[in-house]
Design a binder for this molecule. Sequence first.
Ligand code: NDP
Length: 322
Amino acid sequence: MEVTTNETILLELPQGSKDTVLVKNLYLSCDPFMRGLMLEMSESHYMEAFVPGSVIRGFGVSRILESGHPDFKEGEYVWGIAGWEEYSLITDTEKIFKIPFTDVPLSYYTGLLGLAGFTAYVGFNEICSPKEGEYVFISAASGAVGQLVGQLAKLKGCYVVGTAGSDDKVELLKTKFGFDDAFNYKEEKSLRAALRRCFPKGIDIYFENVGGAMLDAVLLNMRDKGRISACGMISQYNLEKLEGVHFLVRVITKQLTMKGFNVADYFDLYPKFLELILPYIKSGEITYLEDKAEGIENAPAALVGLFTGKNIGKQLVIVAEE
Ligand code: NDP
């Protein structure tokens, strides 16, 4: 394949590249876990730490240009690990997945139908086993994971409150995503009091995306035998010294269950997730907000923006149109 930029480059699979595919990257996903890959001692078991001077890797959506792998054909779309570059040679093909349904926006495979959406499903439906009428609280609620957790909770008949870092995001939670209530955590004098106001009877399920002071305030407001799905703690990712949690003892006194998870360990549930979610997307019962940065040159700023709440909805980068 010929690509014309300032000069003409011939893109092709090197001779004898068995089990390798050449792809054109279309969309890149900006994910908070990528911050951890910038540490020399990354704790990710799924992806290796970034190497300075090498291409950054994250999740994305790509089109196969040429395939030396029997399972992939030219023209097919895949989602999974992609390089932050326009074209990639992929050798670890066990980390890319064929896109089975293309009658939804392909960009959804960076979020709603990709890592974030699947995380919401695993962390809420599978880990929390929610029941109708339960009281659910979600932090970073307007983001890629949180906005879907809220909608899944509403579909289960729960009472759902979310928090986010701006009044506009709070408004979105209530009007677009159907949350029963929401508050701007940056405007509250006391998080503990805000949660008490929203949940006079206490919280049954907390979907944890943030950690730090928010977790402390939640622990004080949990109901006995409540469940906490520990999905992420973004408030800690940029700190050199992690904040302490002061009220962890409440896990014992209130007999709480707190479970952390890595969604990469649950990929066998992905078909079950698709079966549940696709009809809701097609009927419009589930909606999804994306924040699209245009051009690979804007990818670094988009990634950094996650840590100041610049994104409104799922942050992705458009590298090329399909
Ligand atoms: P988001 O789309 O929610 O983007 C991150 C958001 O976090 C920002 O928009 C901001 O929203 C909020 N935020 C940033 N810094 C802080 C802070 N210091 N205190 C409070 N809030 C902050 O990201 P995702 O939905 O993709 O990810 C949500 C969480 O899920 C992350 O913690 C991530 O690590 C985790 N995750 C876990 C997985 C797993 O397997 N366990 C897999 C995928 C994600 P605001 O304006 O509201 O502050």
